[in-house]
Design a protein. Structure first.
Length: 253
């Protein structure tokens, strides 16, 4: 049986969507009102770490004429200006994967100041018109709670989740290393529909081709997807450990 969560497996999802007639759209374009003919698939990538995996995914998509949205954290290894710039040069949208409420220990004033600083750092590399919160599974509160105190629109952006109505979208996310994770998906939701039992990349592609739902959002974390056995195995260990922690947090909360 072929390994899942490889770049080849991701290509299988993309190719299945294209074969089924889907029109790929980035988040920013959709929030700005771009409406291609249905069926539509909104492609979102949260770059938590290992930006080189995001670059490989961006090249794969560009080779198929697809433009997606890549949300970058500005802490740790994810913040790689050269890679971010190269992905933007390919035509993809760059967004800010914010986690400032958690980093500022839930102080709204400090969090907003940090948010503006980090957003500014990204804007020195590429235009930023949309943002998406980092789930921060260990955090006590969601990073989106910052917007209970300030408005993201003040900084000239739209929020991936809060600025759109995703209720009619079928939502697939690889959070928890499965497209059907329940116990291990603590915060990765957009208010859209889910399909129980569709867990693998192959199953996602098959569902798109068989049923062709008109509106789909696909959210993946590039760090998880690699054809290189060592990188893939390393991430498998990390994901397995993280899933154990998430199950424990769900029970405690």
């Amino acid at each position: 049986m072929a390994r899942d969560f490889t770049l080849k497996a991701y290509a299988g999802i993309v190719d299945a969507a294209l074969a089924a007639g889907y029109h790929p759209v980035g988040v920013g374009d959709w929030l700005d009102g771009f409406r291609p003919c249905e069926p539509v698939i909104v492609l979102r990538h949260d770059v938590d770490r290992r930006p080189e995996h995001a670059l490989a995914m961006a090249h794969l998509e560009a080779s198929r004429g697809i433009l997606a949205t890549y949300y970058f954290r500005t802490v740790g290894s994810a913040f790689n200006p050269a890679i971010i710039r190269e992905i933007a040069t390919l035509g993809h949208e760059i967004g800010y994967h914010y986690e400032d409420f958690h980093l500022a220990k839930y102080d709204p004033a400090k969090a907003h100041a940090l948010y503006l600083k980090n957003l500014g750092a990204l804007r020195e590399i590429a235009p930023i018109r949309s943002i998406a919160m980092h789930g921060s599974p260990l955090a006590k509160y969601s990073n989106m709670e910052l917007w209970n105190h300030r408005s993201f629109s003040e900084s000239g952006v739209k929020d991936c989740i809060l600025s759109g109505d995703w209720s009619q979208f079928l939502f697939f996310t690889d959070t928890g290393r499965s497209f059907d994770a329940r116990l291990t998906n603590l915060r990765d939701t957009i208010g859209g529909k889910r399909v129980p039992g569709v867990a693998s990349s192959a199953a996602v592609g098959e569902h798109l081709q068989t049923y062709c739902p008109p509106l789909v959002q696909l959210s993946v974390h590039p760090e998880r997807w690699s054809d290189r056995l060592w990188a893939w195995s390393r991430q498998l260990v990390v994901d397995t450990a993280a899933n154990g922690v998430k199950v424990g947090l769900r029970i405690l909360r």
